[in-house]
Design a binder for this molecule. Structure first.
Ligand SMILES: [Zn+2]
Length: 268
């Protein structure tokens, strides 16, 4: 089976990412990442940029695609036109396959007026806007901004923009399913639901009720053409995440969820 990981991070030489990579049974280096991809049959990946629009934004491994990350600094700096110009320039490149927003970590709703020129660019370049939804790491974030229901309003107000609910809004799975069901321009990735490197047999047993809840709402939705495999690496162990995702998705839908949907949605 061919696999595309539709949601990873690439932040080499950052102590925080070094630590979480080790906890997930990985090393936070390009060589380790590419070696693991080869070992597990992962053909391609989409990096969610966390380095905003500084010069690092485009310094990802050449074999990977990436989304330009727009974080809270977008609101605190005084030159929005610079941000729009730079986003436009990056979106024009083939390797940049979308935009990533970080509501929750950013204390603004994605319906904020300041995002409107960003959405115009996404529509013009036919590239999706991936939105962090659901739980956040750390205590500084605010959950009201990352609730998946906010994406419903954005999807209605910007019907020409395609949105991706990152993390399926976890733990607001029911709300995410409602947003996906209603809006043809919204899809989701399944990253970041499992973290670290737990023993998979034990995890599937201990969390049986929670996993059954997710499975139930994915069955209710019945839109396996809208779901993409993703890990949030280096937060999660890649091998474990494949087994975890297989446990959530019916086998006849694996080709779609593990590969075809990401190709279509991110134009890979
Ligand atoms: Zn992420």
């Amino acid at each position: 089976m061919k696999i595309i990981d539709a949601h990873i991070h690439y932040c080499p030489k950052k102590p925080y990412f070094d630590t979480i990579a080790r906890e997930a049974g990985h090393e936070n280096t390009e060589s380790h990442l590419l070696r693991e991809f080869k070992r597990l049959g992962i053909e391609h990946a989409v990096v969610m940029g966390n380095q905003t629009l500084d010069s690092d934004a485009a310094s990802f491994p050449e074999s990977l695609s990436w989304c330009v990350g727009i974080d809270e600094r977008f609101f605190t700096e005084e030159t929005p036109s610079w941000w729009y110009d730079r986003t436009e320039r990056l979106l024009a490149s083939k390797a940049c396959v979308g935009i990533k927003l970080y509501p929750g970590y950013s204390h603004h709703y994605i319906t904020d007026k300041k995002y409107e020129p960003i959405y115009e660019l996404a529509e013009f370049f036919h590239k999706p806007v991936a939105v962090h939804t659901g739980a956040t790491a750390g205590t500084g974030a605010m959950l009201k901004y990352s609730h998946p229901l906010i994406v419903d309003e954005a999807a209605v107000r910007f019907p020409g923009v395609r949105f991706v609910l990152c993390h399926l809004g976890n733990p607001w799975i029911t709300d995410a399913a409602a947003v996906l069901d209603k809006n043809e321009n919204v899809t989701a990735d399944l990253s970041g639901i499992l973290e670290g490197n737990p023993s998979m047999d034990q995890f599937l047993k201990d969390k049986a009720g929670y996993l059954s809840h997710i499975r139930t709402w994915l069955e209710y939705l019945d839109r396996y053409d809208k779901l993409m495999y993703g890990t949030d690496w280096p937060l999660a162990n890649m091998e474990g995440y494949i087994a975890f995702t297989m446990s959530l998705i019916p086998e006849k839908k694996w080709d779609q969820v593990f590969y075809e949907n990401a190709r279509r949605i991110y134009g890979l």
